[in-house]
Design a protein around this ligand. Structure first.
Ligand SMILES: CC(=O)[C@@H](O)[C@H](O)COP(=O)(O)O
Ligand SMILES: NCC(=O)COP(=O)(O)O
Length: 248
């Protein structure tokens, strides 16, 4: 059976990181979103963190109102973020863990340990027509818990795979492959992301049951050297190369 089409969600958080370094308006994340669309992105991802270290409330408002691509709103499982999601009604919301002291997302959300609190929160977003995904480790317990709380989508955290090499990376890749097969078997949609680069994307893109990759930090960094559109176009080409011959 042939692999499903693979979407590229471009995360523009770190365009805002550069902007916030001087507290001005440049570079504009919304302009970056338009460029990403022109470069072939299938969606835009933006993470409104509780501490607003990069994406701001105004960025989310403008993205929701000004871009044509589907917006994937990454958010913590808090009442504050639910209210913002219900106000702007993005195409999708991805529920991610947050710790103020972390430099970046360090792992997946413990859905299995918080089923009772997450089920109603997910239900409110689903009832509002928002496609909810759970940002989780490649762990069958977390997959089954995501299904149990009514989330139609999971996004597998690829950080450990990207941060290691050799046998450890191979082990993480095997874990992701097994998890992606399980996601398909239980009828959820499978996405993946965090830390992906030109060097690490192809084995993940070759997993046929993964239908969306969310990639940001590397694309913004590489844009300094080759331009944002070229960075996105090259990532898309690598994903397409990997997809050829990928099974389900
Ligand atoms: C959830 C995820 O992997 C990305 O959104 C990542 O969080 C990018 O934002 P940070 O670099 O602030 O973690
Ligand atoms: N959910 C992953 C994402 O949106 C982008 O993560 P990164 O590529 O910035 O590490």
């Amino acid at each position: 059976m042939s692999a499903l089409p693979l979407r590229l969600g471009v995360n523009i958080d770190h365009v805002a990181t550069i902007r916030n370094a001087r507290g001005g308006l440049h570079p504009d994340p919304v302009r970056a979103a338009h460029l990403a669309a022109a470069a072939g992105a299938d969606g835009i991802t933006a993470h409104l963190r509780e501490d607003r270290r990069h994406i701001s409330d105004r960025d989310i408002e403008r993205l929701a109102n000004e871009i044509q691509l589907p917006l994937n709103f990454e958010m913590a499982a808090t009442e504050e973020m639910v209210a913002i999601a219900l106000r702007h009604r993005p195409h999708a919301a991805c529920i991610v863990p947050e710790k103020r002291e972390e430099r970046t997302t360090e792992g997946g959300l413990d859905v299995a340990g918080h089923i009772d609190s997450l089920r109603p929160l997910v239900g409110r977003l689903v009832d509002a027509g928002i496609r909810v995904s759970m940002f989780i480790e490649a762990d069958p317990r977390q997959l089954d818990a995501s299904k149990a709380i009514g989330a139609p989508v999971v996004e597998l955290h690829t950080g450990a795979y990207c941060d290691h090499d050799g046998a450890t990376r191979d082990g993480e890749l095997a874990r992701i492959r097994t998890a992606a097969a399980h996601v398909a078997a239980i009828g959820l949609e499978c996405h993946a992301g965090h830390g992906l680069s030109f060097d690490t994307v192809k084995p993940i893109a070759a997993i046929g049951s993964i239908v969306e990759l969310n990639i940001g930090h590397f694309l913004v960094g590489e844009a300094i050297f080759i331009g944002f559109e070229a960075s996105i176009r090259h990532m898309r080409a690598l994903m397409d190369e990997a997809r050829k011959g990928a099974g389900r």
